[in-house]
Write a protein that binds this ligand. Structure first.
Ligand code: C2O
Ligand code: CU
Length: 482
């Protein structure tokens, strides 16, 4: 079993949970009671330089990264639905940063977008983020300043909001997935927002890690029921995981519960920013090795991880007979009959047909846009210039909105809306399976997806592609809810 740099994430927590499970009869250890209702559950996160061993090879050198409180991923921030959360960000970097809690429905001033929702936190400075947690689920945190570089260097962590009544499992694993671009010596290549990455598929790495290290064998017990919380923290990589010999059930998407179901086409596909909660019954016999294979890019299929069933006796001989379904989060249901409908067309990038675009009120040829501003992506013909531009959408607080997103490019785009969750209604003209709630919807080349939501959270929010180099290259806008 791999070692962990903090006791609060990954396998260490799972082990403790496994030990606790026999005593409590439940897979989830109870959190200590809060002293008073109004008290927030407090965490503190300190981004700064760190050295972390990414490669499994015992002879490999540690890499220079940036990390929250010295570890990649940062410490797991874990609270319970209905609680109040407080996170103190103490900036130990030599540059400004912020903390964005991805997917949480929180007050605008706590969203961590520099200039738009707060002044960036200067080196040596601090900011306290404090808010209530209406929704349970698997979320994550990351800076929203120089995002491609700061996230790409290792600044991210899991943020977990436990259900009031979690499903019964034997163990929980949190897998924060990432890919890194390293050179032969194992050091991070330092060029971020490389022009090729901006105009193509983002900064795709050549080293895949889970919880900050290469993942190989994952010891399990035959018959064991595991809740797997998957978080894609990569800058640009889409993962497509097949679980050989197992029948995983998806129970939540981007934090929000969904009717338990087998992943579409037998593969769990996750774009950057997305999360999936799975329940996996370890169906092998003692001694079996069952691979998790990533074949999203067919030519680059590789074994992502291997579940090694411990020899000896099975934990149980038939799968646990316990419900998997989670209680719904209290999300406002969009009124489709009264919804205001808009189209959002995504254009640009390499191998696209975009000729010209608006940028800061000026019409530019794509060539000038690229040469002068390094922008190459647009939403409805406009390339984003940053976080303070005029909102493309002014939404009326409390109204329902229906957006038709059309990907007129040759690339994948995980489109992320801050401060809200939306329902996915249709995909390529067909009703979307399970009408899932989500905060980040993945559009493949030429996809058309309809989403709907109630604009119930006032403030100026970002809507952007979570391929971080695409956002840098213009693919984003501001949505004003008032
Ligand atoms: Cu993960 Cu704009 O965010
Ligand atoms: Cu994109």
């Amino acid at each position: 079993m791999r070692s962990n740099r903090t006791p609060s994430h990954g396998f260490s927590i799972s082990r403790r949970r496994l030990l606790g499970a026999s005593a409590a009869g439940l897979g989830l250890a109870a959190l200590p009671a809060l002293p008073g209702r109004a008290e927030a559950r407090a965490f503190s996160l300190a981004p700064g330089p760190a050295r972390v061993k990414l490669l499994a090879d015992p002879k490999a050198q540690a890499a220079d990264v940036w990390a929250f409180s010295g570890s990649v991923p940062g410490p797991v921030v874990r609270a319970r639905q209905g609680e109040r959360l407080s996170i103190r960000l103490g900036n130990g970097l030599d540059r400004a940063t912020t903390l964005h809690c991805h997917g949480l429905r929180l007050p605008n001033g706590m969203d961590g977008v520099p200039e738009l929702t707060q002044a960036p936190v200067a080196p040596g400075g601090a900011f306290v983020y404090e808010f209530d947690l209406p929704d349970a689920g698997t979320y994550w945190y990351h800076p929203h300043t120089q995002t491609s570089e700061q996230v790409g260097r290792g600044l991210y962590g899991a943020l977990i909001v436990e259900e009031k009544e979690p499903p019964k499992v034997d163990r929980e694993l949190v897998w924060v997935m990432d890919d890194w671009r390293i050179d032969d010596a194992g050091a991070l290549t330092a060029e971020f927002n490389h022009p090729h990455d901006i105009s193509h598929g983002g900064r795709i790495g050549n080293l895949i890690t889970v919880n900050g290290a290469e993942l190989e064998d994952v010891p399990v017990r035959a018959g064991e029921r595991i809740r797997l919380r998957l978080i894609n923290a990569a800058n640009g990589r889409v993962f497509g995981l097949r679980f050989e010999g197992l029948d995983p059930q998806v129970i939540a998407i981007d934090g929000h519960p969904v009717a338990p179901h087998a992943p579409e086409g037998g593969r769990v596909v996750m774009g950057p920013g997305q999360r999936r909660d799975l329940i996996v019954d370890m169906a092998g016999k003692p001694g079996d090795r069952l691979a998790v294979v990533d074949d999203y890019f067919e030519r680059f299929t590789y074994t992502f991880a291997t579940f090694v069933h411990e020899p000896g006796s099975a934990l149980r001989s038939s799968p646990l007979d316990a419900p998997m379904a989670l209680a719904a989060n209290p999300l406002p249901e969009p009124d489709l009959a009264a919804a205001v409908t808009s189209d959002i067309v995504i254009e640009g990038g390499a191998m696209g047909g975009l000729r010209q675009a608006m940028y800061q009120g000026e019409k530019l040829s794509l060539m000038d846009l690229w040469r002068r501003h390094r922008k190459v992506w647009v939403l409805n013909g406009v390339a984003s210039s940053g976080f303070t531009e005029d909102p493309m959408f002014k939404l009326q607080r409390g109204r329902s909105y229906r957006w038709r997103l059309k990907n007129d490019t040759a690339w994948d785009h995980p489109m992320h809306l801050h401060g809200h969750a939306f329902r996915i209604l249709t995909r390529n003209g067909k009703p979307a399976a399970h009408r899932t709630w989500s905060d980040t919807v993945l559009l493949h080349a030429d996809d058309e997806v309809e989403i709907a939501f109630v604009a119930d959270n006032p403030g100026k929010w970002l809507f952007h592609c979570h391929v971080l180099e695409h956002h840098f290259g213009g693919m984003g806008t501001v949505v004003d809810v008032a």
